[in-house]
Design a protein around this ligand. Structure first.
Ligand SMILES: [Zn+2]
Length: 474
């Protein structure tokens, strides 16, 4: 399907309305198609490169702009696995240059679909020459357009629980049953994605966050116009390896649009499902095997459940005609877990023995990661951001954040409700807690997908809470 066709298919939402007096709360939305122009294309989300051959469903950069007459905020959610910071910074810079919208008030994030074009580098996948620019252009267009067509709106928050679709994927196993890690150590006390129904399962190494949070905008007449939802589930999958898809995030937007946006011509509608803190969460019930499902069946099932719960949450929303908007962000510097000279020598030996053939074993794949990480700087800088919408707080973190970290931020935030959008404003790999680092497992294995210092989560939570306090001040 080409861009023009998907445009015509109408997943393209505009808020229109009549102008009101200055100072009135206004909302604008736009969904810009970011499906790749050239196929085949490298897809991110596997340790070996996958080639996207067909576009199963179109990809979008979905933008929601809030404007209370004094301050503007923008949320942009891209159907992408992860997006490196320089690309997001460039998009924000161009938005600020073209319409004066402050870059510091924009949160750009990726959904984490594993069936989308590579935007940077991920294991053995690299971005095509064209795609990063297509993505930047899409993000810029989405915000510029949304900001140009704002209409009067009321705003509110709600939430409800959807516990059946989230499972912690890290498990304690019977002693001696966890395989060696890619560096040939047998220290892991936790296994990611253990065999379903295994007799060796003891218990999950962490909990889940079942909450579906919704930020909702409606017209003064009461028609829902935008839903920004947040749920802590990594992605769903069950998608053919060569298909490009927005996973359940895209299906959620389609279902919500058919339920709440159907028949609205002048009152168009946008739904976007941001990823919460889901670094250790997936949709697999490890205690109980289930029969195999058709491709996309699981995507549809989960999207439908989250949409049902979102509609329940909508009922709890009390709308305000105006809301304080604030944004604060801070650049923090964190250490990189770089390989030692022994690690590097071992990795180079493994790679030389693979004689230039495709890397397929964990030992080979992580040997390549070790060599690449040796060239990383000793520290990296990350944006941590908090915004306030009325009495609610939203945190943005550029990592795949473990769910317990999101729960801690929710519990300690001075603003209620609060939720976190992950993979936002950059990409710095997994964010386990120091304790989870001790337990080991896939998410802690040193690679470009997990390289921040072991104390990173404590420093990021401190920064997030400090920023929340700052925006909470009247
Ligand atoms: Zn992932």
């Amino acid at each position: 399907m080409n861009r023009g066709m998907s445009w015509l298919l109408g997943i393209f939402f505009v808020l229109t309305g009549t102008a009101l007096a200055e100072g009135t709360f206004r909302v604008g939305t736009w969904a810009e198609d970011i499906s790749p122009s050239k196929l085949p294309i490298s897809l991110a989300g596997s340790m070996t490169d996958q080639r996207g051959m067909t576009i199963h469903d179109p990809l979008f950069a979905r933008a929601l702009v809030l404007d209370n007459g004094q301050t503007k905020l923008a949320f942009v959610l891209c159907d992408s696995c992860m997006i490196p910071r320089p690309l997001m910074d460039e998009a924000k810079k161009r938005i600020e240059e073209s319409i004066g919208f402050p870059a510091a008030n924009i949160i750009v994030s990726a959904t984490h679909s594993h069936s989308c074009p590579t935007a940077g580098e991920a294991f053995q996948s690299s971005a095509s020459p064209e795609y990063p620019e297509e993505l930047i252009t899409g993000i810029v267009r989405a915000v510029v357009k949304a900001a140009s067509i704002t209409a009067p709106a009321e705003i509110g928050f709600g939430s409800a629980n959807c516990p059946g679709e989230v499972f912690n994927r890290r498990w304690r196993m019977k002693p001696g049953t966890i395989p060696a890690d890619p560096f040939d150590n047998k220290n892991d006390q936790v296994q990611m994605n253990p065999p379903v129904g295994s007799a060796n399962l003891i218990e999950p190494a962490g909990g889940t966050d079942p909450e579906v949070s919704v930020l909702v905008a409606r017209s003064p007449e009461g028609a829902v116009r935008a839903v920004l939802a947040n749920y802590s589930l990594h992605y769903v999958g069950g998608i053919p390896a060569n298909a490009i898809s927005a996973d359940y995030f895209g299906e959620y937007a389609r279902i919500m649009t058919s339920r709440l946006g159907a028949g609205k011509k002048s009152n168009a509608f946008l739904a976007m499902l941001t990823n919460g803190t889901s670094g250790d969460i997936n949709k697999i019930n490890f205690r109980q095997a289930r029969p195999p499902m058709e491709p996309f069946a699981q995507v549809k099932h989960v999207a439908n459940e989250v949409a049902n719960v979102s509609e329940m949450a909508l009922k709890s929303v009390s709308f305000q005609k105006d809301a304080m908007l604030k944004s604060a962000r801070k650049e923090i510097e964190l250490g990189v877990r770089k390989p030692s000279s022994e690690d590097l020598a071992r990795a180079k030996k493994i790679l030389s023995e693979s004689e230039g053939k495709p890397l397929t074993t964990l030992a080979q794949i992580y040997a390549r990661e070790t060599v690449l990480l040796a060239d990383y700087p000793d520290t990296v800088k990350l944006w941590i951001q908090a915004v306030r919408v009325g009495s609610a707080g939203i945190v943005a973190i550029p990592c795949e954040v473990f769910t317990e970290i999101g729960l801690e931020i929710k519990a300690k935030s001075p603003l209620q409700p609060t939720f976190t959008i992950e993979l936002a404003n950059g990409y710095n790999g997994y964010l386990p807690t120091p304790r989870q680092h001790e337990w080991g497992g896939y998410e802690t294995w040193r690679a470009r997908s997990s390289y921040l210092e072991k104390d990173a989560s404590a420093k990021i939570v401190d920064a997030a809470l400090e920023l929340l306090k700052e925006v909470a001040r009247d």
